[in-house]
Design a protein around this ligand. Structure first.
Ligand code: GAR
Length: 220
């Protein structure tokens, strides 16, 4: 089967991008291939990670685009050029307009460092999410991979994983554990499921098809 072409959108350090690259190398991500990394920040270390791994890395400037729709169109132009099948938002910490999620509907997934619908939406990104979880006093937190629609963090949920919050957690220690124990596992897993054609969207619900069922559907 032809591998799906994956683009990863980033803004910062890119540890989630690294988790995807590692999964590709050790055979957990086999149905898709990362062919492009786009950043809205020219100095994002994630761009460097991409280049070091032989992946094309492109900076798209929001400022130069002039408007949200202009920014969306600039991103879509690069995605179109690379004939991308799956777009992964992996720490893409900037707001887009509606054009991009509508154009690439059901083909964009995002990793969020909390158990959606808790601590999500506008203003909840990066360390802020963990500060909010600690302030609220939740006993469990985690990460969510979901499809992206026009509502921030509002699309159908694909995978979630929870871990306990510890009494002596700081936003930084919690962020590290959520990344290591949840995000870096869930994102490659969701990418593989998507690329293998095993995700079936039914409204707000995403069904994960067993491997055998998927093969049967394909052969019918
Ligand atoms: C990750 O924790 C990711 O879940 C989060 O930003 C971090 C990026 O780290 N994303 C959001 O908060 C999106 N709302 P990374 O650049 O090292 O992957």
């Amino acid at each position: 089967m032809l591998k799906k072409r994956i683009a990863v959108l980033v803004s910062g350090g890119g540890t989630n991008l690294q988790a995807l690259i590692d999964a590709q190398k050790d055979g957990r991500l086999t149905s898709g291939e990362i062919v492009l990394v786009i950043s809205n920040r020219s100095k994002a270390y994630a761009l460097e990670r991409a280049r070091q791994n032989g992946i094309d890395a492109v900076f798209v400037s929001k400022k130069e685009a002039g408007s949200l729709e202009g920014f969306d169109r600039a991103i879509c132009a690069v995605l179109d050029e690379y004939r991308i099948d799956l777009v992964i938002l992996a720490g893409f910490l900037t707001i887009t307009g509606e054009y991009f999620p509508v154009r690439y509907r059901d083909r964009i997934i995002n990793i969020h460092p909390a158990l959606i619908p808790a601590f999500c939406g506008k203003g909840f990104y990066g360390l802020h999410v963990h500060e909010a979880a600690l302030e609220y006093g939740v006993k469990l937190t985690g990460a969510t991979v979901h499809f992206v629609n026009e509502i921030p963090d509002g699309g159908a949920i694909i995978l979630q994983k929870a871990i306990p919050v510890l009494d002596d957690d700081t936003p930084e220690t919690l962020q590290q554990r959520v990344m290591r124990e949840c995000e870096w596992q869930l994102l490659p897993q969701a990418a593989e499921l998507f690329c293998a054609g095993r995700l079936k969207i039914e409204g707000r619900h995403v069904k994960i098809l067993p491997e055998s069922e998927h093969v049967m559907e394909e052969n019918q």
